[in-house]
Design a protein around this ligand. Structure first.
Ligand SMILES: [Zn+2]
Length: 663
């Protein structure tokens, strides 16, 4: 019916008609998507016939279809090419999408229809398989987390809390940004020894020099600044930002933490972290602590060993002066140069963009039997993107769109998106994108870029190899503490000798990458624990005023033996933007959680395909990973998919070994 280029399904693979889509078409498609979803859900709610999987769950997934497609397509194009018109659309739709979601998840009639189906399945009156039951349970939980079971008065209170929290979080972001800017350090030119002329020029305005702070506690320039007193002033400025004066964030933090705790109680949960854990793989805060505490403690123990080495080298260079946290990255960089120095330019012949993409494809061929065919005739989501048809032994798998190139309108970094989600209900094959930021003249990339290309392609494989009934549960539509794991596993295949680099180079790179892992892991996991303590502490034990915040932080870390002045958290409470501003409250652990599964999964591959008489070929091992872990996407409890892949729960030991840690 629709001839909107965003929604049309007439092109091969139902690829959106990017060549003809205007910003207005995106806007109209999103509007149409919201309207049609509400219309279809109204029918679902009012349907008088007995509830079945077909008229509830399949209808639910179908109702979401046009909006899902419009948003997938819009956000893919927006991230890669955010013109002013696209930015204006994003700002206009963001609050409306939040309202739209509330109007669905606080709809008691819809909830009742889902419960009705659940009751009929329980009584054996309606048929459902595991995938149906899981989707239904997830939907019922999402309604409860949104507050559908509350009384009208309570829902009014909840809405007021949500609104207040949104305001506070946004004010925190602004204040934290201002505190960071205000924390910048004025320095004299002769204090900048160790920096190149180019680096100095970046710091200079009208003859005055200023070092701006970055988000983290440790500041990147400290690794280069030879003057210890500047390093000390810089670290102090970083750690003390947002603690006093007009940019003090602590009052906001106290109110946010208390409101989140209060809201959790209203929703019937022990604390905010419990709500977050329930919607993830971890399921409980105890499970998170069981992973996080030993990891953080082992990392801190290793960091202390590293610290002894650094202290000794520092003493040789500066007899009699004390080694502090401000000297850490400086001495570490020095030792790194002394031990592992080599010129990455020597790797250039191996790291050409096209060769690396061929290697990424070759790994997917060896593991999953995939082949890739360029489709010059199909236009991707961004100018200059290349489109490939993906096949396996059984035929067509989907479409992969690669957007390598940087442009002024593109987000930084690298990422994957879905344009179309695979689903048996709709018959759609997946279309996924990968996006990098290479300047168009680039021919060779760095080793870090190589790892990133394998990483993002790991997300792409999760989308491409999806094999599920419902689009909403397909591929990378999994919890946040799970979704990074398959992509991290794919990084491993960059390290196969001869695939990208010869073995001798890989050995050098591996030795260099292990150095300093104690500190790097400790500073992150100490922050993870801080996040968790803030979001598991009961309301009556949370600070009630700004003055109590620093003491709360210190006691939280002391409880787990994680206080060490040489190893401060990567983010202190008052500038921990992930948890107070962004959407990572009680979720920062997710990075470590997926790394545990990643290292444990890679260990499985090593156990089964390495050695003189391996249990299976790489292709067989890949097939097992594909069928048990990638194909189910979010259609099964992610811990269950993990168990069906590994035969047991994930264990911490392989990650500890990878990082060179022991407990
Ligand atoms: Zn990722």
């Amino acid at each position: 019916m629709s001839i909107n280029p965003v929604l049309t399904t007439e092109l091969p693979f139902a690829l959106p008609d990017f060549a003809n889509a205007t910003p207005r078409d995106y806007h109209v498609a999103i509007e149409e998507g919201m309207r049609s979803q509400l219309g279809a859900l109204a029918k679902l709610r009012q349907d008088g016939s007995p509830a079945t999987v077909a008229n509830v769950l399949a209808a639910w997934d179908r109702a979401e279809g046009p909006l899902r497609r419009a948003l997938n397509v819009f956000f893919s194009a927006y991230a890669s090419d955010a013109t002013d018109e696209m930015i204006a659309i994003e700002q206009e739709i963001a609050p409306r999408l939040a309202e739209h979601s509330d109007s669905i998840y606080l709809d008691g009639g819809l909830y009742a229809r889902l419960q009705d189906l659940s009751g009929r399945i329980g009584a054996g009156e309606a048929e459902a398989d595991g995938e149906d039951r899981y989707l239904l349970d997830e939907l019922l939980r999402a309604f409860r987390r949104a507050g559908v079971e509350l009384s009208e008065d309570e829902q009014t209170r909840l809405r007021a809390m949500n609104k207040r929290l949104a305001e506070l979080q946004s004010r925190f972001e602004t204040l934290n940004r201002e505190a960071r800017v205000a924390g910048g350090l004025e320095v004299a030119e002769d204090e900048l020894e160790g920096l190149t002329e180019e680096e100095k020029a970046v710091l200079e305005t009208d003859g005055a020099y200023r070092i701006e702070l970055v988000n983290t506690t440790q500041q990147p320039l400290a690794a280069k600044l030879a003057d210890a007193s500047v390093r000390r002033r810089l670290l102090a400025s970083s750690m003390n930002r947002a603690l006093s004066g007009e940019f003090d964030t602590r009052g906001l933090i106290v109110e946010i933490a208390r409101l989140r705790a209060e809201r959790a109680t209203l929703l019937g949960y022990p604390n905010h972290a419990a709500i977050v854990a329930e919607s993830g793989t971890a399921k409980s805060t105890d499970a998170i602590l069981d992973m996080l505490v030993p990891l953080a403690q082992a990392a801190l123990a290793k960091a202390r060993e590293e610290g002894e080495e650094l202290r000794a080298r520092y003493a040789e260079l500066n007899p009699g002066s004390e080694f502090t946290a401000a000297d850490w990255t400086f001495v570490e960089a020095l030792l790194r140069r002394e031990r592992f120095d080599f010129d990455e330019a020597d790797l250039g012949e191996f790291l050409q963009v096209d060769k690396v993409l061929d290697a990424v494809y070759a790994a997917a061929g060896e593991l999953y039997g995939l082949t890739f065919k360029l489709r010059d005739d199909l236009v991707g989501h961004a100018p200059g993107a290349q489109t490939y048809e993906v096949h396996d032994d059984d035929g067509l798998v989907g479409l992969f769109v690669m957007d390598f190139w940087a442009r002024p309108t593109k987000n930084g970094g690298a990422w994957m998106t879905n344009l179309v989600d695979q689903a048996h209900e709709t018959g759609d094959l997946p279309i996924v994108t990968n996006n990098c930021n290479y300047t168009p003249a680039t021919t060779t990339i760095s080793w870090d870029d190589v790892i990133t290309m394998f990483h993002e392609f790991g997300h792409a494989l999760h989308g491409l190899l999806a094999d599920t009934r419902y689009a909403g549960m397909s591929g990378t539509n999994t919890p946040r503490d799970f979704v990074e794991f398959p992509s991290q596993v794919n990084e491993h295949w960059a390290w196969t000798p001869g695939r990208v680099l010869p073995a001798e180079w890989l050995e050098k790179l591996e030795a260099a990458s292990k150095f300093g892992q104690g500190y790097a892991t400790a500073e992150v996991e100490i922050s993870s624990l801080l996040d968790l303590v803030w979001h598991t502490t009961p309301l009556d034990e949370l600070p009630t005023s700004a003055d109590e915040v620093e003491d709360f932080e210190r006691r939280a870390l002391a409880k787990y033996d994680l206080v060490d002045d040489l190893v401060p958290p990567r983010y202190r409470t008052q500038y921990f933007a992930h948890i107070w501003g962004g959407g990572y409250a009680a979720s920062y652990y997710g990075y470590a959680w997926s790394k545990v599964m990643d290292a444990d999964a890679v260990a499985w591959f090593e156990e089964n395909v390495d050695g003189d008489s391996p249990a299976m070929s790489l292709r067989e091992a890949g097939e097992h990973f594909r069928r048990t872990l990638l194909a189910p996407g979010g259609s099964v409890d992610p811990m269950e998919t993990y168990r069906s892949f590994r035969g047991r729960d994930p264990e911490l030991a392989p990650l500890l070994e990878r990082l060179g840690l022991t407990i």
